[in-house]
Design a protein around this ligand. Sequence first.
Ligand SMILES: Nc1nc2c(c(=O)[nH]1)N[C@H]1C(S)=C(S)[C@@H](COP(=O)(O)OP(=O)(O)OC[C@H]3O[C@@H](n4cnc5c(=O)[nH]c(N)nc54)[C@H](O)[C@@H]3O)O[C@H]1N2
Ligand SMILES: Nc1nc2c(c(=O)[nH]1)N[C@H]1C(S)=C(S)[C@@H](COP(=O)(O)OP(=O)(O)OC[C@H]3O[C@@H](n4cnc5c(=O)[nH]c(N)nc54)[C@H](O)[C@@H]3O)O[C@H]1N2
Ligand code: SF4
Ligand SMILES: [Mo]
Length: 581
Amino acid sequence: MNKTTCPLDCYDACSVLFEEGKLKGDKAHPVTKGYLCPNLNHYLSEPRILKPRFKGQEIEMDEAMDILSKLLHEAQGLNTLYFKGEGNFGKLQNAPAHFFSQYGADFTKGSLCDGAGEAGVVEGRGESLVLPHEQIAKSNIVVVWGRNISVSNSHFMDLIKNKILIVIDPVKTDLAKKAAVHLQVKPREDLFLALLMARFVYIEQIENYDFIDNFTADFDYFVEFIRSFPVKELVERVGVELEDVLTALMLMDKEKVVFLVGVGVQKYAHGSSVLRAIDSLAAMMGLFGKEGCGVSYLGNSSLGFKNIFPESKKRVPKATVDFAKYDLAFIQGSNPANQLPNSARVIDGLLKCKLSVYFGLYENETSRLADLVIPAKNFLEKEDIRFSYGTDFIGRMPKLIESGIGISETELTNRLCKDFGYDTLPGEREMIEEIVGNNVYEKEGYLRNAEYQQIPYSEGFYTDDEKFQFMDEYDDEVCEGEGLFLITCKQRHSLNSQFKRDTHIYLPPVCGLKEGDSVRAVSPYGAAEFTVKIDENLREDCVKIYSGTPGVNYLTPDELSLEGESAIYQETRVVLERVDA
Ligand SMILES: Nc1nc2c(c(=O)[nH]1)N[C@H]1C(S)=C(S)[C@@H](COP(=O)(O)OP(=O)(O)OC[C@H]3O[C@@H](n4cnc5c(=O)[nH]c(N)nc54)[C@H](O)[C@@H]3O)O[C@H]1N2
Ligand SMILES: Nc1nc2c(c(=O)[nH]1)N[C@H]1C(S)=C(S)[C@@H](COP(=O)(O)OP(=O)(O)OC[C@H]3O[C@@H](n4cnc5c(=O)[nH]c(N)nc54)[C@H](O)[C@@H]3O)O[C@H]1N2
Ligand code: SF4
Ligand SMILES: [Mo]
């Protein structure tokens, strides 16, 4: 058995073969189709943390665990935090929750990622189901809305080749260049673009009356809602030509249409309303529950599975966590000093936190600040299983190699449980089977999630009356401010802050600066310096800085979305100041 699954936080959840010490894409897997992205291709050459460290001194693992145990005993009853990130998507990554819930630490809630949008999806549909790849393959029109497929979801490129593309993105992405229509929308205005499209579906009478009558609630209120905005005002807000919007709608009329929606549309206070509006547009066109149609957003990957690891009752929002108030913070699989919004506040908090523990694979901004550093085992060195938010595949991740480096999440948990006299965990395989239960089926040799239907919502929605709930209002807190919109999205060669990170700020040609210049970007939350790259694919009112770029989150707000308790990285404006050499 040499088959495993990519552990990284990514739509594709690739099936991987480990052969002769190398990672290879599984040719037989219907989505992976034999290739991996640059991140996994270079995974094994990425320098790892080899030894634990306490206060800067390298120590052995036994000693590190003794120190951790002692520090946890001393901090018991004080303010402690268990902070887990998304470095590895395996289910057994949650094992330390078994210890920390009994110990009484605070946990986090909410999301740095898709939480605002998910809240909007749940309001309309009741549950966020994944759209299986077979339905995407059967569509003929693909609307790619705030998702950068060729970078963040590259195995879907094959699924959508030869289809008519409509791309909605403020950036002229690689895919936008191939699209029949590119709506280069003004950032943050997708809610109004969806309403404008819905308005014209209504005017042109191309809505799906059968679907609306049988599977939805409150359509009349939605119509009233979309008619409350003057068309002229909507067109001005969204910053695209009405003609292009109409062309897109005419292409979609009576066709098999899928929407592939990404996190780009919802990194704002009103992110939940954006997804609700996009879903409402799709519902009015009858795109749910029908072959070759559907809206794919980041699905609830744990749907139908048992959560065997308890959650603590005390939970603080992840995006705004205040490390300063903790006597001990245990940080696992994450790099908050770079990835959380408002880095100045986060770093100050980590410095004030009496003891911070970093448990991860690589050195980064957080490991360098931590008092105790504990190296983890990588996905080849421990037993696990992963689910996916982009497909309905489930991937086993068996232990394939022995290694003297690091400690696994379950070993660490059992060691702490023994020291504290708590029950240890059941065996790893036993836990995996308990989580999965009967909720899987096998098709062509691969495990799939049985809770996700082949045609999602074909048996109704997950709401109380089993109908789609149209929106009829929205909340917003517009960030009025000076400066350019900040686009902060994913990059090909890094997985957030893992692997080859970028260091640039991308500016439109009109900015008056040239490649290689240094520039200081300033927002109401902080400032940071970057090297300029000129990018003609940007709108004139935008700057782009990739996720993982050192300094980017000095600019982002430590505030929560109105619903979903999610980070809102793009809810800010940026002003540029030239830095003279
Ligand atoms: N290579 C690689 N792959 C990854 C990741 C990675 O770091 N690197 N990260 C993984 C993770 S954690 C996630 S959550 C997913 C996310 O992957 P995606 O859902 O693709 O999210 P982003 O890359 O953040 O942004 C997607 C697009 O949204 C656009 N966008 C920005 N603002 C707006 C807006 O206001 N409106 C519209 N319509 N579009 C906008 C951006 O220009 C970008 O093209 O990718 C996963 N895959
Ligand atoms: N500016 C900006 N900020 C963002 C985003 C953005 O688009 N722009 N995106 C946001 C999103 S969508 C997300 S999901 C978050 C992600 O933010 P984080 O969850 O903090 O993810 P990473 O920065 O990739 O850090 C993951 C860490 O996990 C560790 N790790 C990897 N594998 C293992 C393992 O098996 N065990 C343990 N113990 N550790 C492991 C690695 O050492 C790595 O440093 O960032 C958010 N921050
Ligand atoms: S595309 Fe995503 S799932 Fe596939 S190898 Fe790369 S990071 Fe892993
Ligand atoms: Mo994410």
